[in-house]
Design a protein around this ligand. Structure first.
Ligand SMILES: C[S@@+](CC[C@H](N)C(=O)[O-])C[C@H]1O[C@@H](n2cnc3c(N)ncnc32)[C@H](O)[C@@H]1O
Length: 256
């Protein structure tokens, strides 16, 4: 993979990117909205054969395994991320298999009931790359199986305004005009540093056709929701900017 900056894709093997990325998991928005919405649409995985694509350090992989997914496999292109996931598996064995692989690789048809991906598709820089990702997913999911993902909202470029998400722990910067591959720069604000990650814009219609062409149907986009658990942050309109101008959405489709 290539290193971010100047239109290049972030490489989680480099420097402290993996460690910094993990720190963003402490932001309340990650559990209150993002994980809640994603897992809600993943649904019941008890006894299902599940693949977590772009699993990173395996946070969602472990959640799904604990929810009964069996077998549970995590896949990521980054040796470093998979190394961290395997360390966690050694510390607390759950019976998860972690493999280093490119989600864009085409393999002989596999039979996962459910494939999930948290934050993968927005790294596709053009329709060709998105098509390769979708074909890589299609060859891993069995007929009738589901793919569910949370990803950066392509509609960010059509919002009447992009609010300041700083109170949630990050900022988003867009290019002056929208075009296929236009950058969406997310900067996570950490205590002592920041982490900038460049995502790429493609219209929703491009996602829909990439999934259809790869062999998926019933493409659906779900808006994120706030988990019911009350915290002090529930006061007033704290979550409104996120919910009214969602920077992430959940996408779902079924394998033909
Ligand atoms: C933002 S992290 C998300 C990690 C994890 N899903 C989570 O939510 O904690 C993105 C991950 O995607 C992985 N990734 C990016 N492109 C990939 C590809 N083509 N195939 C597999 N993994 C990829 C990166 O290595 C990184 O671990």
């Amino acid at each position: 993979m290539r290193i971010m900056g100047g239109g290049m894709v972030i490489d989680y093997n480099q420097g402290l990117i993996a460690e910094k990325y993990e720190k963003t998991k402490d932001f309340p928005v990650r559990s209150r909205i993002e994980a809640y919405s994603f897992l809600k649409h993943v649904g019941d995985v008890e006894g299902r054969k599940v693949l977590d694509v772009a699993c990173g350090c395996g946070d969602f992989t472990r959640v799904l395994r604990r929810a009964g997914a069996s077998p549970m496999v995590g896949l990521d292109i980054s040796e470093k991320m998979i190394g961290l996931a395997r360390e966690e598996e050694e510390r607390e064995p759950l019976g998860i298999e972690y493999i280093v692989a490119d989600a864009r690789s085409v393999v002989p048809q596999q039979d996962f009931d459910v494939a999930v991906a948290a934050y993968l598709l927005m790294y596709a820089q053009d329709r060709d790359e998105l098509g390769r990702m979708c074909r890589g997913l299609a060859c891993r999911v069995k007929s009738g199986g589901r793919f569910v993902t949370i990803t950066t909202n392509p509609d960010l470029y059509s919002f009447e305004r992009v609010p300041n998400y700083r109170k949630y722990g990050f900022e988003i910067e867009l290019a002056e005009s929208v075009f296929d591959g236009a950058p969406i720069t997310l900067t996570a604000i950490l205590d002592d540093s920041s982490l900038a990650i460049v995502n790429y814009y493609l219209p929703i219609a491009a996602y829909e056709s990439a999934f259809r062409d790869a062999g998926f149907r019933d493409f659906t986009v779900h808006m994120p929701e706030l988990s019911p658990a009350p915290t002090a942050d529930d006061e007033g309109d704290y979550w409104d900017d996120y919910l009214n101008y969602p920077p992430a959405v959940v996408m779902e489709c079924i394998r033909d």
